[in-house]
Design a protein around this ligand. Structure first.
Ligand code: AMP
Ligand code: MG
Length: 406
């Protein structure tokens, strides 16, 4: 049997970053920058008013007091967006709005609250200090400085800065494009009636959710019956070159029974540029695994039991997927927690058990049976207990590693 670590290495080897690409700002959020961003212009772009009020020469208001306002003629009205370059003459004022360009010659803005708000002339009740309420060009960003660094994750604030600098696109590591295929002749799409012997198909929506949660893109989800020709046709359709699929994830059809469609599809008659090895990994759940390439595209074939499929995704796929996209914390945060009960675990297999981690007390309780079809418990758990291969019993009070899934 192959160890978990070895299979992690094999899968990680397969998953490669996409070439960096420039994408419109609205598609860049959450992605890692592929290059530093150097400011093409300064921010503010020009000296502008921080207040609605009057642009003046500070010295023209030196004598202003509440009892003896200074009255100046208002020579111009400057709303935000006015583009002519204006000059303020001595002993005059320009009415000016927040964000409007400060006219040449003005040294201060008098807030409208300190005036009578006049349009033809203005009575100013307060002395202005030079520089007051003027946002200077370049005080935020100087053109030519590096404002964002390679590897930084694009946030809403990053987008705002990029747009303010006039950038329409950012150069990023694009999301990995993942195709998710479920297999099983017993599977029926939720929302349609069940016949005896059928069950609802739950892996594709779950794994697609996990792919998105990892920061990648789901190209398509599809379900094939246990029929090699049908499975092949679905694969050919959805993994066609024009969809630029980086990774195919299948579930089901890889264990030891008959009708193992995924195993059968990649048997000895497979094409030259494909090869999928099917292995047993020393873990529970999730022992039967497969990994390789189909028509050159990486494929990871997960077992069909829903818990096995999701735990396998967590253990083998999520970390390299995030790493390939340059995203932080490829591995879920691990922490040691104190077990509240005594548990047994199979010898020779690394066991991942659903668990509830109490972050305040640092205690962890396993949740539900270890069986790989109990989805309800998985949905309620917030962690995975990581029990080493050689452990057969862990007693209450022991410290164990827990993966924090929150
Ligand atoms: P398999 O790995 O194909 O042998 O499937 C193992 C178990 O998981 C069987 O009980 C299947 O019915 C179940 N199973 C496989 N795929 C799915 C799926 N997509 N949704 C729900 N259950 C599944
Ligand atoms: Mg099956």
């Amino acid at each position: 049997m192959r160890s978990v670590e070895e299979h992690q290495r094999v899968v990680a080897e397969l998953i490669r970053p996409r070439a960096a690409a420039s994408v419109p700002l609205e598609h860049a959020q959450g992605l890692a920058l592929a290059d530093d961003v150097v400011a093409p212009l300064s921010l503010p772009v020009f000296d502008n008013s921080a207040m609605d009020g009057y642009a003046v020469r500070a010295e023209d208001t030196a004598a202003a007091t509440p009892d003896h306002p200074i009255v100046l003629p208002v020579a111009e009205d400057i709303p935000a967006g006015r583009t002519e370059e204006l000059t303020l003459q001595p002993a005059t004022a320009h009415r000016i709005m927040t964000g409007a360009p400060v006219p040449a010659g003005a040294t201060a803005i008098v807030p409208v609250e300190a005036t009578d708000g006049g349009v033809a002339s203005v009575a100013i009740r307060q002395q202005a200090t030079a520089g007051k309420h003027i946002r200077l060009a370049g005080e935020d960003v100087t053109a030519g400085t590096t404002v964002l660094s390679k590897g930084q994750i694009v946030t809403p604030a990053t987008l705002g800065l990029a747009a303010a600098l006039g950038l329409a696109e950012l150069h990023v590591l694009p999301p990995q494009r993942v195709l998710v295929i479920s297999t099983g002749s017993e599977l029926v799409t939720p929302g349609t009636p069940l016949q005896p012997g059928q069950i609802y198909e739950s892996n594709s929506v779950m794994l697609a959710g996990a792919v998105r949660d990892a920061g990648a893109t789901v190209v398509a989800t599809a379900t094939a019956g246990d029929d090699v020709a049908q499975f092949r046709a679905i694969l050919d359709r959805h993994a066609a070159p024009e969809y630029h699929v980086d990774l195919i994830i299948t579930s089901g059809g890889v264990s030891a029974g008959a009708y193992e469609v995924v195993k059968d599809a990649f048997g000895p008659s497979g094409q030259a540029d494909e090869g999928v090895e099917f292995v047993k990994v020393a873990m529970q759940p999730g022992m039967p695994q497969g990994v390789g390439r189909v028509a050159g595209t990486p494929i990871v074939t997960l077992p069909g039991n829903p818990v096995s499929a999701l735990v396998s995704f967590e253990v083998f796929i999520r970390p390299p997927l995030r790493r390939a996209m340059g995203l932080p914390d490829p591995y879920r945060p691990h922490r040691a927690a104190v077990l509240t009960e005594t548990l047994t675990s199979p010898r020779g297999k690394r066991q991942f058990r659903r668990a509830v981690l109490n972050k305040e007390t640092g205690e962890v309780t396993s949740y539900g049976p270890p069986a790989s079809h109990h989805l309800r418990w998985l949905a309620l758990a917030n962690g995975l207990l990581d029990i080493p291969e050689d452990t057969v019993e862990v007693s209450a009070g022991t410290q164990l590693q827990v993966w924090d899934l929150t």
